[in-house]
Design a protein. Sequence first.
Length: 554
Amino acid sequence: MAFGASRRILSYQFQGCFLARRGRGRYPYRLLYSPSPSSSLSYLFSTLDEPSNLFDGGVLGNGIQNQSTIDERFIIGELSDLLLANPYGSVPNTLKEKHTVKQMPIRAVDGFLRPEEKLRGVFLQKLNGKTAIEHALDSADVNLSLDVINEVLNTGSLGSEAMITFFYWAIKQPTIAEDTSSYNVILKALGRRRFFDSMMDVLHNMTRKGVNANIETVSIVVDSLVKAHQVSKALQLFRNLKEFGLKCDTETLNVILKCMCQRSHVGAASSFFNLIRKNVPFNAMTYNIILSGWSRHGRLSEVERVLNAMEGDGFSPDCLTYTYLLECLGRANRIDDAVKIFDKMNEKGCTPDVGAYNAMISNFICIGDLDECMTYYKRMLSNKCEPDMKTYSTLIIGFLKAKKVADALEMFDEMVVRVIPTTGAITSFIELCCSYGPPHAAMLIYKKARKVGCRISKNAYKLLMMRLSLFGKFGTLLNIWNEMQESGYDPDVETYEHAIDCLWKTGQLENAVLVMEECLRQGFFPSRQICRKFAKTLACQWMALLKSYSAVDC
């Protein structure tokens, strides 16, 4: 169902309870809301059938429901089901119904859990001893794969000891090979959680067992250390690579320098680059990595220095070198110099590639010259240089930021013909479209992306629902909700809030209450803003209701 499949107590049941209490006075009162199968959203929020026996009494001849004989046991039973509580506590069951109560089928809790959740649940039991833990893991009876191992290690909050215990159990299973790929999974997970001592222990144990590390292993360990600003440990690891069966050569040096430059430690990378020059031979990629680090920070003087050293060592600049130089000139606000260098690339025997064109397009977008961006885009097509994902993303984001939505949609149409957009790109487009104006453009991008087979992120779905809620488009919001669930995403508190807010804005308060009840039953608690709106609106309606009763009494 669209908004869940849990049992609910409909709004008219609560109204019936209230009116029954009023009905014990001098006058009976009519129900304000009569249950009807055609009530809005009554079947969207629950699988509970429309109750035909809410009241023990029948319908009077004048159409007034007999309010004075409400079956209180029914109300207590429904509340106990909802709250998962014993309706009678320790008091003798004097109100217990004589007829047989329908029992829900009991299902194993594990039936609702994914394999990684079952395995993580073993560690929540706080079992004593490795043998007991391994026995419980065996009893989980899951189809183990590297993807499942990755999910167990990288989600939740397992400690380093639990992670290592699980991993060593996993590699004993017949479906998991004890090879470098398996060890890379645990090393990356430990590094992400900054369990560096455990990470190094696993790395040494891996070597002792005869499993050789590879370049990916070095990249994982070094990147984890550099990300945590432990650059000295990363450099020490490079010097000790022989302990892990690797050489301190150009390939491993490039991995170290790349990790440092990507994590904004280009100064340390440059110092190590100069220090290691006499011990390890360089290649063109080594220089390009250092160039990329300085280019990212717009340090043109450093880029020129490294470029001169590169040419002095006999390496000719390639397209990647020129790309970094063009990017640096753009960040240094020297666009004219970038244009001159780009135009001379052919003369120097280096035909501009997609990276060089992307650098020029980005430079002109930074100064807001979208016409020149399109000039270089058309020039790229005329020179038979195929645009890539970055080309289209840069152009579309530039158009959207300039609020040229029509141009952005036209470029998106060209994009889906040539390349399949990534999930991240679609999310960024939708986010910009939802930052201003109606949701029409965002919906167009969403529909076209789904049509070509793109996977839409949950964040993109929530952005769409937020914008649709703002404009009161509940019908479209409901369709997006259904498509989100079809894509495998479960609703969360934000999605419920958007639905509730949309219904409230369009005056569908009764349906908004139903969604609010469903939200609470799912264990979500809406924000104070949503609750404040409800409290204010319901208080106004309550006062109006009391005034109407007072008028009838008079």
